[in-house]
Design a protein around this ligand. Structure first.
Ligand code: ZN
Length: 248
């Protein structure tokens, strides 16, 4: 599943379409006003976490690539088209994604300060939200898009490894200073990840995510589905500290 940095990178690839008029909108996504999108000017493209937002004068189309979403710029894939936008200067096609129509002003829909890559990201607010869920596993809390929008499974695994925190730690048991650093690490790694995308080197930098061996201890990483979301964690029992209540 694409994480926040990948969506910002995609937005950057699509920027040439800003200011262009939609010649034709087609697709199988429901509740999309295909006919009324015609002749509309794409005024801007934004991202919120893992969501891509196509902004028109009176409405927005939200795209979420989910687990298996694909897109093609100026070409078509041999798949069922969810949403295709044809412009004079080219086309954008989306497949296997979730598309939604948003009529409200975006500032009413999104709290930009929860997006780790947004200039208004508020780390104190994220920390306060984390502490409101003290019994939650940290590996689950980091994926909560209401707390840290844009953080996905790769960033989650690598920040926990960098900060040496075991994924099964409970949020409320992690010392405040460590949790603060963890939030900062989410921003830092997301920013680095975006730079790697721009350089074309993304995928070569993970220290823990999908890696076989702990680079600190040279022992195999444990790979395990943890928590209600069932997302996979990669972690080292030796160098990542498990924070649990003393009574357990
Ligand atoms: Zn280790």
């Amino acid at each position: 599943m694409p994480e926040g940095p990948q969506m910002v990178f995609l937005k950057e690839q699509l920027e040439p379409f800003i200011g262009q008029v939609v010649l034709k909108a087609t697709g199988s996504a429901k509740n999309i006003p295909y006919a009324s999108m015609q002749n509309q000017v794409l005024t801007s493209i934004k991202t919120f976490g893992k969501e891509l937002l196509f902004c028109f004068p009176d409405f927005t189309i939200r795209i979420h690539l989910m687990l298996f979403g694909k897109y093609a710029i100026n070409e078509e894939l041999n798949r069922v088209l969810r949403l295709g936008l044809a412009f004079e200067g080219g086309s954008i096609n989306f497949y296997a994604c979730d598309c939604r129509f948003i009529s409200e002003p975006l500032n009413q829909v999104y709290d930009w300060s929860t997006d780790v890559l947004h200039p208004s990201f508020d780390p104190d607010k994220a920390l306060a939200k984390l502490y409101r869920k003290p019994k939650k596993l940290i590996c689950e809390a980091l994926l909560d898009q209401d707390i840290l929008a844009g953080v996905g499974n790769g960033i989650k695994n690598d920040v926990l490894f960098r900060m040496q925190i075991h994924p099964e730690s409970l949020v409320g048991e992690i010392p405040e200073a460590a949790l603060q650093k963890l939030v900062q690490a989410c921003v830092k790694l997301s920013t680095e990840y975006l730079d790697w995308k721009r350089e074309g080197t993304a995928g070569n930098h993970w220290q823990a995510y999908k890696q076989p061996t702990c680079p600190r201890d040279y022992i195999p990483f444990r790979k395990q589905k943890i928590g209600p979301s069932g997302r996979t964690s990669y972690f080292c029992d030796k160098c990542q500290q498990l924070y649990l209540p003393d009574t357990i």
